[in-house]
Design a protein around this ligand. Sequence first.
Ligand code: THU
Length: 136
Amino acid sequence: MNEKELCKAAIDAMKNAYVPYSGYKVGAALLTESGKLFVGCNIENAAYTPTVCAERVALFNAISSGERKFTAIAVAGGKDGVISGAFPPCGVCRQVMAEFCTSDFTVLVVTGIDSYKKYSLNELLPEAFTPKNIKK
Ligand code: THU
């Protein structure tokens, strides 16, 4: 799967977003090292704080299926499902990425139907606190 296809999968994943409060639909598409695709959408909650972001849903979906190695994630989002620029991953999602992904993990931020920006996880979360910082 190439980068454009991964972005397309993130855009498709927006459709299942459960967003009665913010109206912001977000989709994420995660690629494993073995080439498998896992998707996620944001799921909001009337109590607000239990809301989970699309990126974490995709990651937890993959992790709960036994996957541990990932190469890239694409993220797309916008009000009422209309993409009008970047919808970059929040800090909590960056931290969850840092738990499971190496610093060269690719993050594609969709900016339009046919455009995206490409980052490494290290660019989005430099000097990350990772499992390596915990002595066992
Ligand atoms: N959201 C995501 O799904 N991913 C992010 O990285 C940022 C925020 C969601 C949470 C909430 O449902 C909506 O976008 C507005 O914040």
